[in-house]
Design a protein around this ligand. Structure first.
Ligand code: RFL
Ligand code: PHB
Length: 392
């Protein structure tokens, strides 16, 4: 058994954990990151693609934005498609000049890994059986195993950044968790392909055949999604079937212009809303997907991870500088306020753009809402303000 001491143990080397590590390094707070998977596995995950302005600013603050500034593609609008037409919601004009940036989560994670390596502080990959102990006291510790050797790290705070299926939230007694949950009756089938994106801005399409989304990773790499049944399987979707279905869900002009090619990744994601309150249990602080999941419509999940880390790092700074325990509680309150707003918007945009049932009443209400947005500055402003992200 080896023994070590640090100020904060971070569980998970996804975007939340790596960003927290970077911010703590800047604040001079000692930390160790434990990750269950290999580095190659972490860097190969393909997920989010759209960054809010606040996220770009935060990444700049932790010196992780050099490549993002070079390669990120600013989007000045977002497109809603319905009834064989496109409606642009201008982002800059409705928000006083704010934009979002297309830059893949895979690239963000790589940039964060690179700055971690440069900092000289390591990430312990392939950490098995990570267990959290005594976080209801002021002397918590974490145990784990690598290559058959047991390790123990004493710390003052544990940051649970280990995603929806991680060990951190699962270590909290069930009675202490207040869970809010919604599952939607569909999944998203996603395809990545090296073809030029069909649109320079993200397209969210509500069609009789179901939802479709067109996004990008670069001018030569597209990311597309279609609504599928929750129990569907990628083996049912040849590339040809996917392109054919996507084309049928886009306005004619877009469908005809769309270029197709072999998929380089294909996966199905379940769609759910989930929030676990509070985000603090004694000396354990949860952040990112460990505490909440939003449906990906609206592109909020990754961005919420960074706003959590912003609030969390402020709280632990106050805790270490002034022994201010109350700051840890304020973390939970501040983060949850923003989380619920993003949850509301993701739920709203999911409802607006997906087919839930064949109920003609529901569909007519959605059509009326889309028509309202088309003719209302206030309607477009509400979408634009939320899409670019609430300030921290
Ligand atoms: P992650 O990325 O899941 O990372 C958690 C890390 O913890 C590790 N881990 C453990 N480590 C040690 N011990 C254990 N017991 C552990 N258990 C797990 C894991 O291996 C992993 O490395 O959580 P994090 O850091 O909080 O980041 C959250 C984001 O990944 C997530 O919110 C976004 O990907 C959501 N999301 C989107 N967000 C956006 O902001 N914009 C988007 O456009 C967007 N699109 C998406 C998305 C998520 C999707 N899927 C697949 C759910 C599109 C999709 C399809
Ligand atoms: C993506 O590019 O993967 C993406 C874009 C917008 C979303 C969700 C995912 O709402």
């Amino acid at each position: 058994m080896t023994q070590q001491t640090t100020q904060i143990v971070i569980i998970g080397a996804g975007p939340s954990g790596l960003a927290l590590g970077a911010k703590l390094n800047k604040l001079g707070i000692d930390n160790i990151i434990l990750e269950k998977q290999t580095k190659e596995y972490v860097l190969a995950r393909i997920r989010a693609g759209i960054l809010e302005q606040t996220t770009v600013d935060f990444l700049s603050d932790i010196d992780a934005s050099d490549r993002l500034k070079e390669e990120g593609i600013p989007h000045h609008g977002v497109q809603l498609a319905y009834d064989n037409q496109l409606m642009q919601i201008g982002l800059g004009e409705n928000t006083g000049g704010k934009v979002v940036t297309a830059y893949g989560q895979t690239e963000v994670t790589k940039d964060l890994c690179d700055i971690r390596e440069k900092s000289g502080r390591s990430v312990i990959y392939q950490a098995e059986d990570v267990s959290l102990h005594d976080f209801d006291t002021d002397a918590p510790y974490v145990t784990y195993r690598t290559d058959g050797t047991n390790h123990q790290i004493y710390c003052q705070i544990i940051a649970g950044c280990d995603g929806f299926h991680g060990v951190s939230r699962a270590s909290v007694p069930k009675a202490a968790l207040n869970i809010f949950e919604k599952t939607y009756p569909f999944g998203w089938l996603g395809v990545l392909s090296d073809v030029p994106p069909v649109s320079a801005e993200v397209v969210y399409a509500n069609t009789p055949r179901g939802f479709a989304l067109c996004s990008m990773r670069s001018w030569s790499r597209s990311r597309y999604y279609i609504q599928c049944t929750p129990d569907d399987h990628i083996d049912n979707w040849s590339d040809d079937r996917f392109w054919d279905e996507l084309r049928r869900r886009l306005p004619d002009a877009l469908g005809e212009a769309m270029e197709t090619g072999p998929s380089i990744e294909k996966s199905i994601a379940p769609i759910r809303s989930f929030i676990s309150e509070p985000m603090r249990f004694g000396r354990l602080l949860l952040a990112g997907d460990a505490a909440h999941i939003v449906p990906p419509t609206g592109a909020k999940g990754l961005n919420l991870a960074f706003s959590d880390i912003f609030y969390l790092s402020e709280a632990v700074k106050a805790f270490f500088d002034k022994k201010d325990e109350a700051a840890l509680d304020q973390y939970s309150q501040k983060a949850l306020k923003r989380v619920w707003k993003a949850q509301r918007f993701s739920w709203y945009l999911t409802n607006l753009t997906h087919r839930f049932s064949d109920d003609p009443f529901d569909q007519r209400v959605k059509e009326a809402e889309l028509d309202y947005i088309r003719h209302s500055v206030a309607g477009r402003q509400m979408i634009a303000e939320n899409y670019v992200g609430m300030p921290f």
